[in-house]
Design a protein around this ligand. Structure first.
Ligand code: DOR
Ligand code: ZN
Length: 347
């Protein structure tokens, strides 16, 4: 094997996951815990994680559901609503219960109806977060039904994020799961306090993929995949080594019965194949030497956390991936599941 057939990187982290709860969490958590040292756990449960007490209880359920011997560390987040109390935000951050807060514009995505309806309502919360250095994690899409769904991220940058950052120049923020060339450029122009996560699927599919030979519900997520030129810009950003871009899978499990239906849920379940996907992309871009920065170094640097102690070895060895994960008599279909992928994780 040449050195480009084997890549050793620091243990990576996933800076954007949906672990859900109950039986679904039991089913999906081991896959994320097997690949990542830590993960930012999104708070869009039903009901959402809006208080310190709820976040502590959720964290304890995750820890209790971990496979025996796992050292995986969930990093909790607070779901912002119109009535979030700045004191509660600060208390959870000071007590190290949560590391960030998530802004879902109300109605933007799965379980976001309790999100923020008007940014003016959380101005005091954002001011407090700016003061204490607590990152704001942003679902960056406008919710106006009159805005074309493929334009909602770009319009958000102009109409929401630009004024938000101008009003809070010291606020640390992450534009989650970026999907456009506009977002990549925006993040580069607003460093170092602004960063972005990039998912495996947005690096691998474009909007045509959603209709390849027929409707592909398991490739539907939000923000929806865009044109090929955007995918190419994302690949360039992720593999650039720049500190403002890091790994966040947005693994978002939904059962097959809720995706293969007349009105299917948004979300790609990429937990079990995430590192295989990212490694393949970095290899295709001739950037395997920058995989570690994206996967294991840039995220901790942004969040002010130490890098993980262990390491992971990726090998160019084709392997069949798991096709689906069973849950409650149903199944969750894996992104690139049941396929032979060129890279695997060395045991
Ligand atoms: O596709 C998505 N699924 N995008 C989101 O923002 C939320 C997520 C989910 O929770 O299912
Ligand atoms: Zn998400």
């Amino acid at each position: 094997m040449t050195n480009t057939d084997r890549v050793v990187i620091r243990q990576p982290d996933d800076w954007h996951v949906h672990l859900r709860d109950g039986a679904m969490m039991q089913a999906v958590l081991p896959w994320t815990a097997a690949q990542f040292g830590r993960a930012i756990v999104m708070p869009n449960l039903v009901p959402p994680v809006t208080t310190v007490t709820l976040a502590e209880a959720y964290r304890d359920r995750i820890l209790a559901a971990l496979p025996e011997g796992s050292a995986f560390q969930p990093l909790m987040t607070c779901y912002l609503t119109d009535s979030t109390d700045p004191d509660e935000i600060e208390r959870g951050f000071a007590d190290r219960v949560w590391v960030a807060a998530k802004l879902y514009p109300a109605g933007a995505t799965t379980n976001s109806h309790g999100g923020v309806t008007d940014l003016r309502r959380v101005a005091a919360v954002l001011e407090r977060m700016e003061r204490i250095g607590m990152p704001l994690l942003i679902h960056g899409e406008v919710t106006d039904p009159n805005v074309d769904i493929f334009d909602r991220e770009a319009v958000f940058l102009d109409t929401v994020l630009t004024p938000l950052l101008a009003a809070h120049p010291g606020l640390k923020a992450v534009l989650e799961h970026v999907t456009t060339t506009e977002a990549v450029d925006f993040v580069r122009a607003h460093g170092p306090w602004l960063a972005a996560t990039i998912t495996p699927h947005h690096l691998m599919i474009n909007r045509t993929s959603l209709f390849q030979g027929g409707l592909r519900p398991h490739l539907y997520c939000l923000p929806v995949a865009k044109r090929e030129k955007h995918r190419l810009a994302l690949r360039q950003a992720a593999t650039s080594g720049e500190g403002c871009f890091f790994l966040g899978t947005d693994t978002a499990p939904h059962t097959a019965s809720t995706k293969e239906t007349a009105c299917g849920c948004a979300g790609c379940f990429v937990g079990p194949t995430a590192l295989q996907c990212y490694t393949q992309v970095f290899d295709e871009e001739g950037a395997l030497d920058r995989l570690e920065a994206f996967a294991s170094l840039n995220g901790p640097a942004f969040y002010g956390l130490p890098v993980n102690a262990g390491s992971v070895t990726l090998v160019r060895k084709a392997a069949l991936t798991v096709d689906a994960v069973p849950v409650n008599g149903d199944r969750v279909v894996v992104f690139r599941g049941g396929e032979e992928m060129p890279w695997s994780i060395e045991a």
